[in-house]
Design a binder for this molecule. Structure first.
Ligand SMILES: [Mn+2]
Length: 485
């Protein structure tokens, strides 16, 4: 990438380039500065259509307003984070901000100002770059470098919220009176402006409410989650087609292949893809993906495409790299499949959130006892949690704009709560026999299997959003054969 304003003939006496940002720009002649001010076309856009979710974001702001009457609410998008020196990580707006506005711009802030009968929303954004003062091409955030931004008038049309210059916001917040809450952790500058007005306890109530709002998805969100899953299905197909290339290189080939699909059809992957071949499958968060891919081993692929609106899939399949499960692989796989079937069957409105976890764990415990890996009876195993040496993790979680969605929700509304139509959650039992686990016969060691699907709670049961990928072992083999053929 280009650096800013690299002079054609470097002058040793000049300030280092980094220090020239927003300073006096000694490398720029008065003539050039004057020249750059003018000769630019007016590109203002008119009659922009609102973003697809504009009515949903308005309804969400109304619900938030009703929960905190008379209080000023501040929801920042967040700032760029430095990766190294003068390069930044790709920006992802805070979920709370994106959920309430549909906007994803860095440094944005949504403010709900209390009024007599509710709140008035304003979205604070960086306006288009000034060309008169040189900001357009001399500032690191100038549009010449980072690309055209929407004008404030354009943003109003897109998001259906009045827009203001974010550079004025810290002063406004410092001068504001009355109760205020801020979503913490995203914008240190905004938090500093409010530091003497907010408390951690009150801010946490705002964060919790915004997390619990997302427990039940609206129709727009369910559509986006289905899109994310559909792209993910195509990404898994892509991977199966190139397993020979992965064998010739490493797990990275799988990661890169899935990432291509995610970037072409969506915004990104929703989380670091777990491309775990052989015994790496037993490392739950294996994201180094630098290991060998060998015929005869299993590949545990846990990956999800995130849509342009930030909704992510979270799907796992455990595939035989050569297309056919060995006897012991199939034995473990079919047990996990049976556990997942029991788990999915327990997902319905009115069921306790824990029911699907308990149903899947019971099947796995039964198998472990049946295989003589742990001493029964099954009730004793479950009571003492002895199966967990090999099941390791919970059986599922809410899914949405975060892969582990609604994480700030209170226990009583989430893990101790009841399933309702519109909730979307994963059902993902697994069995993992570590390569160095001396308590199991050698043939089990190094085998890890997880099957994970994304399940929507419906009025009368559930719908598997990821049914486009086969799960049963014989169907997985047939599907792989059809893609490789
Ligand atoms: Mn998951």
């Amino acid at each position: 990438m280009a650096d800013e304003l690299t002079p054609e003939t470097p002058d040793e006496t000049e300030e280092p380039i980094k220090q020239r940002k927003n300073s006096l720009y000694p490398g720029v002649s008065d003539e050039l500065a004057e020249n750059m001010k003018s000769g630019w076309a007016d590109t203002e856009l008119h009659d922009l259509k609102p973003v697809a979710q504009a009515s949903e974001t308005a309804a969400r702001r109304a619900a938030l307003s009703a929960r905190f009457p008379g209080e000023r609410l501040v929801i920042p998008s967040g700032n760029l984070k430095t990766r190294s020196n003068d390069t930044d990580y790709p920006f992802r707006a805070s979920v709370e901000y994106a959920y309430l506005t549909g906007n994803q711009t860095e440094d944005g802030v949504l403010v709900l100002e209390p009024t007599a009968d509710g709140h008035e929303a304003t979205i604070y954004l960086l306006p288009r770059s000034n060309r008169e003062n040189g900001e357009f091409w001399l500032s690191g955030q100038g549009e010449l470098w980072v690309g055209r931004r929407h004008s404030l008038a354009e943003a109003e049309q897109l998001y259906g919220i009045p827009a203001s210059d974010v550079r004025e916001l810290p002063t406004r917040l410092k001068e504001a009176t009355g109760p205020v809450r801020v979503v913490r952790g995203y914008d240190a500058g905004i938090e500093a402006a409010l530091h003497d007005k907010v408390t951690a306890e009150r801010d946490d109530e705002l964060r919790v409410f915004l997390s619990e709002m997302r427990l039940v998805k609206d129709a727009f969100e369910i559509g986006e989650l289905q899109k994310a899953v559909d792209s993910t299905v195509r990404g898994f197909e892509d991977v199966v087609k190139v397993l020979d290339k992965a064998e010739a290189t490493s797990e990275r080939y799988i990661e890169g292949t899935f990432f291509l699909r995610a970037r072409v059809e969506g915004n990104d992957v929703g989380y670091g893809s777990i491309c775990a071949a052989g015994p790496h499958a037993c490392t739950l968060h294996w994201v180094r993906n630098d290991g060998p891919v060998r015929s005869g081993d299993l590949l545990l692929l846990d990956a999800g495409v995130e849509t342009h609106t930030y909704y992510t899939a979270d799907v796992t399949r455990t595939l035989p790299i050569n297309g056919t499960y060995s006897e012991i692989q199939k034995k473990v796989y079919d047990a996990v499949y049976e556990a997942q079937e029991a788990g999915i069957a327990a997902v319905k409105p009115g069921a306790k959130h824990r029911d699907f976890h308990d149903a899947a764990q019971r099947v796995l415990a039964e198998k472990l006892v049946e295989w003589d890996l742990v001493e029964g009876p099954v009730e004793r195993v479950l009571e003492l949690g002895l199966q967990r040496r090999w099941t390791l993790h919970g059986t599922g979680h809410m899914l949405g704009m975060d892969v582990h969605d609604c994480a700030a929700a209170r226990t009583e509304t989430y893990v101790d709560g009841t399933l309702q139509p519109g909730m979307v959650l994963t059902v993902e039992p697994g069995l993992y026999f570590q390569a160095d686990d001396l308590t199991v016969p050698e043939e089990y060691r190094g085998i890890g299997v997880r099957i994970e699907d994304d399940i929507l709670v419906t009025e009368d049961g559930n719908r598997n959003l990821s049914a486009g990928l086969p799960r049963r072992s014989d169907e997985v083999e047939a599907w792989m054969a059809s893609l490789k053929g």
